[in-house]
Design a protein around this ligand. Structure first.
Ligand SMILES: [Zn+2]
Length: 301
């Protein structure tokens, strides 16, 4: 009798244990995704494009926060303490990155500086160099640089998760093909465009200009600082008139009001342009670049 009861109890316990395992299985599988922390939206976009459903991506700089003067918070260190991969742009975009890595004390963390191998455009303003470093950080706004950035990310994912190498390689090859197709499409169009100059919110498009032989001018500087004074605004108006600028591009986070005033002064229209420093309208990197390039091209006719 006692023996039977013991067996019964053991049986019930075993059943409970197995049931428990059964319930835990999907959760366990979900946590097997590679945990990737990225610095800001464009880095998250590239990582998702390559990592697909094998990665879980979080972003340190919250949406809607101006990234050039972002300050690191204690919770960001926690994010990195449990991550497997940390992807950041480099070129001075994240002056806090090394401090965050050191504070995380995570020996297993694989760090990707996405711009490694990108040819930098140097800053010229001594004040900017002093405050932000020698390079213009906005490398991701070039489709050609994007090819290098996704390659660096792909290599890190393969290193951390070699059993899914083929999956990451396939996503990478497909993504690069899309980037190449977009480069090809716009290269010939921009070459034919009668004008080459455009005016935007902050000077974020130097690399895009290098890709397509264009020239930018802007309401704010490279690091989205310093709204123009009356004299600078007058200069911008003069520039816009001289260069047949018919569209002033406005960014969500860089003085859109000044862009509107400028447009009014020169009789230009205002168009949105994406810097991909934050989530904008829930659009992918490719969608936003395509829209940017279409609008810039239209403004140069
Ligand atoms: Zn910027």
């Amino acid at each position: 009798m006692v023996k039977k009861l013991v067996l019964l109890v053991v049986g019930v316990l075993m059943a409970a244990l197995f049931a428990g395992c059964g319930n835990d299985a999907p959760k366990e599988q979900a946590s097997k995704k590679i945990q990737v922390v990225t610095s800001f939206n464009a880095m998250a976009e590239f990582t998702k494009a390559i990592g697909g459903d094998k990665v879980e991506v979080s972003t340190i700089i919250p949406d809607g926060v101006e990234p050039h003067d972002f300050e690191l918070k204690p919770e960001n260190m926690k994010q990195l303490a449990t991550a497997q991969v940390f992807v950041y742009n480099g070129f001075g975009m994240e002056p806090w990155a090394q401090q965050a890595i050191d504070a995380a004390k995570n020996d297993k963390l694989v760090t990707v500086v996405a711009t490694e191998g990108v040819e930098a455009i140097k800053n010229t303003d001594p004040e900017e160099i002093k405050e932000h470093g020698a390079e213009d950080p906005h490398a991701w706004l070039s489709l050609k640089n994007a090819k290098i950035e996704v390659k660096n990310i792909k290599e890190a994912l393969v290193k951390v998760d070699p059993k899914n190498k083929d999956y990451y390689e396939k996503n990478y090859t497909e993504y690069v093909a899309k980037l190449d197709a977009m480069i090809k499409k716009y290269e010939s169009e921009f070459a034919k465009a009668p004008h080459k100059n455009f005016v935007t919110g902050h000077a974020a498009f130097a690399y895009l200009c290098r890709d397509f032989g264009l020239e930018q001018n802007s309401v704010e500087d490279v690091f989205a600082e310093g709204e123009p004074n009356a004299a600078q605004l007058a200069e911008l108006i003069e520039y816009a008139k001289e260069n047949h600028v018919t569209t002033i591009f406005a960014e969500e986070m860089a003085s859109p009001e000044v862009s509107k005033t400028l447009a009014q002064e020169v009789g230009a229209k205002v168009e949105t342009i994406y810097t991909i420093e934050s989530n904008e309208d829930d659009k992918t990197y490719l969608q936003r670049m395509d829209e940017n390039l279409t609008k810039i091209l239209a403004s140069l006719q």
